[in-house]
Write a protein that binds this ligand. Structure first.
Ligand SMILES: CC(C)(COP(=O)(O)OP(=O)(O)OC[C@H]1O[C@@H](n2cnc3c(N)ncnc32)[C@H](O)[C@@H]1OP(=O)(O)O)[C@@H](O)C(=O)NCCC(=O)NCCS
Length: 142
């Protein structure tokens, strides 16, 4: 991920993510060595991105999104495989994440790649008509 990718990322972010980050958050993430910032680019166009943070010997996924027109083409799976490859290279023990309990596309994606549900955070997300639980998932690498 480079600074020049941010405007394309924001376009995707604003169309597919309910609690979108602004450009400054992505810039901070690019400038922070603890963050892993991946983009999936095809023909010079950013189609997807992933942001994770490294904390001790674990990674936590903070963002993963694919432009709507390019979803269900295994792009998120490829970004996650790339993250796992980096994790193994860096001796990372596990990858953690949170997901909205009604986000079936994301839940299916994570479970397909071997993540296991480890907990529920009640009313974690604010939505227009109330709150939504977060499910926490972990993929253990060793
Ligand atoms: C969730 C998301 C990242 C998946 O990206 P993607 O590139 O479409 O996912 P993939 O093509 O790699 O799909 C892999 C698996 O995930 C599941 N999946 C993906 N999209 C799905 C959908 N719309 N409905 C049900 N399952 C879905 C399927 O199990 C799929 O495997 P299959 O194609 O063999 O059935 C994408 O839908 C997205 O950007 N959503 C909005 C942002 C978001 O919710 N991010 C996650 C926040 S926790």
């Amino acid at each position: 991920m480079r600074k020049n990718d941010i405007s394309s990322i924001i376009e995707i972010e604003n169309t597919v993510i309910p609690d979108a980050w602004n450009a400054n958050k992505f810039l901070q993430s690019i400038n922070n060595k603890q963050y892993i910032n991946l983009v999936y680019v095809d023909k010079n166009i950013v189609l997807a991105y992933l942001v994770a943070v490294s904390i001790l010997n674990r990674y936590e996924i903070l963002k993963i999104a694919v432009a709507r027109k390019f979803q269900q083409q295994k792009i998120a799976s490829k970004l996650l495989q790339n993250l796992f490859w980096q994790a193994k290279k860096n001796n990372i023990a596990a990858v953690d994440l949170e997901v909205r309990e009604h986000n079936l596309a994301a839940i299916n994606l994570y479970e397909k790649l071997g993540f296991k549900k480890v907990g529920v955070r009640k009313n974690y997300y604010f939505i227009s008509d109330g709150y939504e639980n977060a499910l926490t998932y972990t993929l253990t690498l060793y």
